[in-house]
Design a protein around this ligand. Sequence first.
Ligand SMILES: C[S@@+](CC[C@H](N)C(=O)[O-])C[C@H]1O[C@@H](n2cnc3c(N)ncnc32)[C@H](O)[C@@H]1O
Length: 238
Amino acid sequence: MKSKSFIAFFILSTTLLFLYISHKTPLPTTTAAAAIPDLKIRPGYTTYESYIHHQLNKTLNPKLREIWKTRDWDRKIRVFAGFFGDLKQKNLLSNSSKALSVGARMGQEVEALKRVGVSDSIGLDLVPSSPLVVRGDFHHQPFDDGSFDFEFSNVFDHALYPEKFVGEIERTLRPGGVCVLHVALKRRSDKYSANDLFSVEPLKKLFKRSELVHVRPVDGFGLDTEVVFRRKPVTRAL
Ligand SMILES: C[S@@+](CC[C@H](N)C(=O)[O-])C[C@H]1O[C@@H](n2cnc3c(N)ncnc32)[C@H](O)[C@@H]1O
């Protein structure tokens, strides 16, 4: 009897110790992206949980959520609708596109996609905002390969692992699908960013399975540059 309770105690304490250690596992000091010139990962996140916690601090702030839902709501939708209308004119987006907005917070960009006629649109964020935005981490998108024709994101700077952020976009875009990023090259964003981007070159390196369509200036909520990629067709080895 004594040995049975010892075994049970041993298993329980080992499991708890494992859970504690894995929760506190420090982040690797270098990632693939850390070696790319013109892309700097911000120091200071000791664990993945501390990174997520920091992001949630702002997104869950009740006062800010109220402002985003009221004062900011229509104003942002109008600006996003202008961007998406323009992308439709350039044939990079159409009413039949299945669209995803990555890091969509309350979902203004999703609402804007719907207003310009792209009805099959959804957003992804750490915090869901029903019915426009579903819960998920952009480092591990909760979607199957090739799910979308179009992906938009203005939160590249929030990626702690830019290579995973881009890898997940390329995985969930169908071949021929279009990814539109709005990024800040000329100014540094706030303390919630996890990386700083100084040119388009790192994006060209990270989008390994896509070709660059265009780079142009935009004025989008502190973000100054639009970078568009198209996922290359799948090539099969003979
Ligand atoms: C600057 S806000 C942008 C919100 C929205 N795109 C807009 O323009 O209104 C950044 C958003 O990225 C989300 N975010 C940060 N890290 C994330 C992650 N790992 N996975 C999914 N969303 C994340 C935050 O929760 C926040 O809503």
